[in-house]
Design a protein around this ligand. Sequence first.
Ligand code: ZN
Length: 101
Amino acid sequence: MAWQGSTRRSRLPKNWPLLRRKVLRRDNHVCQNRFSEGQLCGREATEVDHIEPGDNHSMANLRALCTWCHARKSGSEGGRAAARMRVRTERPKQTHPALED
Ligand SMILES: [Zn+2]
């Protein structure tokens, strides 16, 4: 599956689907991104973001984001994101079977 990049996928913990659901529930499925003016995005969140990119999967380092903000953040984290963003938006997120291991 090339939809997320192989290194990133292999880093996700076994309980990621569970963790992901917990984060979305904690944040009420509301996008937690704040714009530069300090305003909360507030759109429906369907993705979970690592605040500090890396291997810290604690709840404190995770937050719910909408697809748009997540793609935007990924874009600012690395140059590889443009191609990935395009693929991601075409994929349904919640029930992707690759996440359910
Ligand atoms: Zn958002």
